[in-house]
Ligand binder design. Structure first.
Ligand code: NAP
Length: 483
């Protein structure tokens, strides 16, 4: 039986273990460096952490949960859901916690992958990386940060031992994490300084809690939950069309975003500061109901002068002003272009994935890389969108892996590798489509690298990803018979 090693036990790792098992591939070992499953949902425990994709889409299609408390589930509930799925689907014993994979090496002779972990070596026929894209915190190189005398920490490394009551808190960054955390900190802190480098557009979140009766209806009539899911997906596809190939769909979205600012903020100067000049969707659109109202509170100040440095007692801004702070929260995002980093992956001929990706990370459908046989990436390069749900993407990716495994079995082959010409052709098609999307209309975002390359975004609708990922054809993949 084909043995499969999976790296990471977030939604990708747990979901793939379950789907592979259900498809008859039970010899799966999942490696997770943390002491529990969850991935980003295990790490991001900052106050207010919640999903901004509706729960009925942010769940596995094979494990619908009628009991979500809210339209947008909070972090603890998502974490509990994932743990419950792992337990109920019998994959918990396949997961090796507290085990980090440092290196994965292709052994051409044995046609197997060898994983070097901090608990020893492991070998498997197939390697599946499910490392996530938003899991390595980006700590900005702000001069003097190390001299700060109080606690300074990243949102994904929240210090629950630090009591923010009555403190002066400085929050650097105004992305998705910041807009969730600041409204939670404001009521308890004495003062909050929010440092904004460039503003992003937002839409109303319109969150609500599900009544017990509604949950019972979803439980009794699962078809209703599936219909709700389908309607959310259809709306996200509309958003994807607006962001990618149908710019004429954007004006209504822009009007909604502008109205949200104007409704909440009366001060023209603050309005000006929070109103982006770039296109709606160029940066990831954020969903919120309380961000702008929080910025108008008397104990909150939005600072748009660039951060010049950190001093032992606070933050120095460019005009030389020193602003006192007791605590610094870095809501500065993640290193989003490493994909499998810091793990080293060594493919055929000793070539590393980092070398293969020296210009920009690329993979056929974000899933496979020439020269790296029997390896698939979940949520790899160019599989993110400004809309949709990563879980939908992950499920489509695992479907691809299962199709590849079936090919290996069918032909009694030992090796499957994406053809270089097929990968290049896909990449050309992808870059051509990307150039027409909103993400390339001129803004800074975590989607693009410093050279303007885009290793993150999927430039088409989501059902196209699912459709294309379902197929593993001889034109695309080369099979090699067992020795
Ligand atoms: P982010 O969107 O990358 O935002 C980082 C923020 O920090 C930006 O405002 C950025 O400014 C600022 N920044 C970075 N370096 C800086 C520096 N040196 N000086 C000043 N400001 C700096 O990161 P995030 O908020 O953690 O969100 C990342 C992604 O995680 C989201 O887009 C989303 O996909 C996901 N997320 C999802 C949820 C959810 O609800 N499901 C919640 C949180 C996060 P610029 O914009 O000018 O670069």
């Amino acid at each position: 039986m084909t043995s499969i090693a999976v790296v990471g036990a977030g939604f990708g790792g747990v979901g793939s273990a379950v789907m592979l098992r259900r498809a008859g591939y039970g010899d799966v070992t999942v490696f997770e460096r943390a002491d529990r499953v969850g991935g980003v949902w295990n790490y991001n425990t900052y106050p207010g952490a919640a999903c901004d994709v509706p729960s009925h889409l942010y769940e596995f299609s094979f494990a619908p949960n009628p009991h979500w408390s809210r339209r947008y589930a909070p972090q603890a509930e998502i974490q509990a859901y994932l743990e419950d799925v792992a337990r109920r689907h019998g994959v918990l014993d396949r997961i090796r916690l507290n085990t980090e994979v440092d290196r994965a090496r292709w052994d051409g002779e044995r046609r197997r992958w060898t994983l070097e972990t901090d608990a020893g070596e492991h070998s498997a026929d197939l390697l599946l990386t499910a490392c996530g894209q938003l899991n390595v915190p980006k700590i900005p190189p702000i001069s003097g940060l190390e001299t700060f005398e109080g606690p300074a920490f990243h949102t994904a490394q929240w210090r629950h031992d630090v009591d923010l009551r009555g403190k002066r808190v400085a929050v650097i960054g105004t992305g998705c994490s910041a807009i969730q955390v600041v409204p939670q900190v404001q009521p308890i802190a004495e003062h909050v300084d929010v440092y904004q480098r460039s503003p992003g557009w937002t839409f109303p979140r319109m969150d609500f809690s599900y009544r017990e009766r509604t949950k019972r209806i979803f439980e009794s009539f699962p078809v209703l939950q599936r219909l709700d899911r389908a309607s959310i997906l259809a709306f996200h596809e509309l958003g994807a069309a607006a962001l990618t190939s149908k710019p004429w769909l954007r004006p209504p979205f822009r009007a909604i975003a502008r109205r949200q600012i104007n409704k909440a903020i009366k001060d023209p100067e603050l309005r000006r500061k929070v109103t982006p000049t770039d296109e709606v969707g160029c940066k990831r659109v954020m969903l919120t109901d309380d961000w702008y109202p929080t910025l108008t509170k008397p104990n909150v100040e939005l600072i748009t002068d660039p951060v010049a440095g950190v001093t032992p007692r606070g933050i120095r801004i460019r005009d030389g002003e020193q602003r006192p702070a007791d605590v610094i929260v870095l809501a500065t995002g993640f290193k989003t272009h490493g994909f499998v980093a810091p793990m080293e992956v060594v493919g055929m001929g000793g070539r590393t994935l980092a070398e293969e990706w020296s210009e920009v990370p690329r993979a056929y459908l974000g899933l496979s890389v020439p020269g790296f046989p029997n390896m698939f990436l979940l949520y790899g390069p160019n599989t993110n969108g400004g809309t949709g749900s990563v879980i939908y993407t992950v499920e489509a990716g695992v479907t691809h892996v299962i199709a590849a495994l079936r090919e290996l079995d069918h032909w009694a082959a030992a090796k499957i590798e994406v053809r270089r010409e097929a990968a290049h052709a896909f990449d050309r098609e992808l870059r051509e489509a990307l150039s027409k999307t909103v993400w390339h209309t001129g803004c800074t975002s975590w989607y693009l690298d410093e050279n303007g390359n885009d290793p993150n975004q999927w430039p088409w609708l989501w059902h196209k990803y699912r459709r294309r990922a379902a197929e593993v054809s001889p034109e695309t993949y080369e099979l090699t018979a067992a020795a």
